[in-house]
Design a protein around this ligand. Structure first.
Ligand SMILES: CC(C)(COP(=O)(O)OP(=O)(O)OC[C@H]1O[C@@H](n2cnc3c(N)ncnc32)[C@H](O)[C@@H]1OP(=O)(O)O)[C@@H](O)C(=O)NCCC(=O)NCCS
Length: 211
């Protein structure tokens, strides 16, 4: 693997969003806006936090992982307009051997249905392919969570198949749909504009999607 590829979370800017490293001071907003909501965590592998102290502990672990150069990609999603942290998106299960990773995300309920996660996912896919050096990024969603599948489709990921009882949420085993994008799926002209900050031109609806 070429050593010039980014191996740590780096700020990404899109028209409406700033994706940046988490800070300990994000704890209260994270707790209030998404981590305490069992509706948000319904299909996730973790339970809603019962107190902000839980969120603080979780954040302490995450923040401690930054800067180690070991493929740690974990962004808080901040609305440019208000400066408010509203969700999270990450690249997990990285294999440098296979140049692949998995993407996961969640967003505060109050912000659903505004295209926010689609905007964040497009940006993270572009970052993953062009800056972090991945060839394939995959994602899976519970069959009971079709909104997440729609986000994957709108971000240009392709449906690859179904996975039976692929993981466990608080409701038990979840059957999933598997999606993936390849670097070769990126539209011509996609790119990051500076080494310090990845400022992504967002395509108009449909440009990076096969809808
Ligand atoms: C899934 C989630 C990330 C979507 O984020 P979002 O910012 O609301 O997504 P967007 O607004 O970009 O797109 C949502 C799409 O799903 C569609 N949708 C919403 N509910 C739906 C449903 N029940 N069935 C089918 N499509 C649905 C919306 O209409 C929209 O599609 P459209 O633009 O074609 O109309 C957000 O709801 C969330 O964080 N949920 C809780 C955590 C979670 O489930 N994470 C994913 C785990 S795989």
């Amino acid at each position: 693997m070429e050593s010039s590829f980014i191996t740590d979370t780096q700020t990404i800017e899109t028209p409406r969003l700033i994706l940046r490293k988490f800070e300990l001071s994000d704890a209260q907003a994270m707790f209030n806006n998404w981590a305490s909501d069992s509706e948000v965590t319904r299909f996730l592998r973790w339970d809603a936090h019962q107190s902000v102290n839980v969120t603080r502990e979780v954040l302490r672990g995450w923040v401690g992982n930054y800067g180690e150069g070991h493929d740690y990609f974990h962004w808080v999603i901040v609305l440019r307009e208000t400066g408010l942290p509203v969700g999270a998106i990450s690249l997990l299960n990285v294999s440098r051997r296979d140049q692949c990773a998995e993407v996961g995300y969640c967003l505060g309920r109050r912000y659903w249905g505004r295209g926010i996660m689609t905007e964040a996912l497009r940006a993270v896919l572009e970052f993953g392919f062009l800056r972090a050096g991945f060839n394939r990024i995959e994602a899976a969603h519970s069959v009971r969570n079709p909104a997440s599948g729609r986000v994957m489709q709108k971000a240009g990921m392709k449906h690859e198949g179904s996975l039976r009882e692929s993981y466990r949420s608080s409701n038990g085993f979840e059957d999933c749909e598997l999606y993936a994008a390849l670097r070769s799926d990126l539209p011509a002209g996609a790119g990051c504009e500076s080494d310090e900050t990845c400022t992504l031109r967002q395509k108009s609806k449909g440009d990076f999607s096969d809808e």
